[in-house]
Design a protein around this ligand. Structure first.
Ligand code: 5GP
Length: 177
């Protein structure tokens, strides 16, 4: 895979540092509260696993799967729920865990969806943020690393189903590899 990488944008060390910092903040902010982390599949599974282990208070977790870009590298703007969460979030504090916020459409849609289920609160968290491509306003409560407008892979993020297992966040040499 190494020969396909043009640039390492965010190193595993930078990610580890940021995840630690966010985990500490979450542990402090939600101490004594009933918190459910909801990971957005597939991309967020590695971040969610890392983040959970940096959180020192009891938490529950669930997963939701939404449509991804497939083999294309730009957003269709359509958010389709492929698998919903199993837990009842009524009266619970919810934290949505994303891999990357790009246009913001996914996070906006999910926030609105979960809001209809009467949680006590909803906050948002992302490993990576690409603010230059935002189409809708969205508050990110726990923001990871801000990246430029480049298509990235690794740390859970794929291109056509590949490269999720790269430990660093990378830019590919070309999209049709
Ligand atoms: P948004 O709805 O904010 O536009 O984007 C949501 C999802 O699109 C992200 O969670 C991520 O899965 C995917 N995405 C956005 N930008 C990138 C990127 O640079 N690389 C990859 N692999 N996926 C991206």
């Amino acid at each position: 895979m190494k020969e396909k990488i043009a640039e390492v944008l965010v190193t595993r060390e930078q990610i580890r540092e940021k995840v630690k910092e966010i985990g500490k903040r979450i542990s402090e902010d939600y101490a004594g509260k009933d918190l459910i982390l909801i990971g957005v599949l597939k991309g967020s599974f590695i971040f969610l696993a890392d983040l959970m282990r940096e959180i020192t208070i009891p938490v529950d977790m669930d997963l939701i799967a939404v449509s991804s870009y497939g083999s294309s590298t730009s957003s269709s703007g359509v958010v389709r729920i492929i698998k919903d969460i199993d837990l009842d979030i009524t009266g619970k504090h919810v934290l949505i865990v994303e891999d990357l916020v790009d246009t913001g459409l996914t996070l906006k849609h999910l926030t609105e969806l979960f809001q209809t289920r009467n949680p006590l609160s909803i906050k948002t968290c992302t490993a990576l943020d690409k603010p230059s491509r935002r189409k809708v306003h969205i508050d990110i409560d726990y923001k990871g690393i801000v990246i430029p407008d480049k298509f990235v892979v690794g740390y859970g993020l794929d291109y056509a189903g590949r490269y999720r297992n790269l430990p660093d966040v990378c830019v590919l040499k070309s999209y049709d590899q």
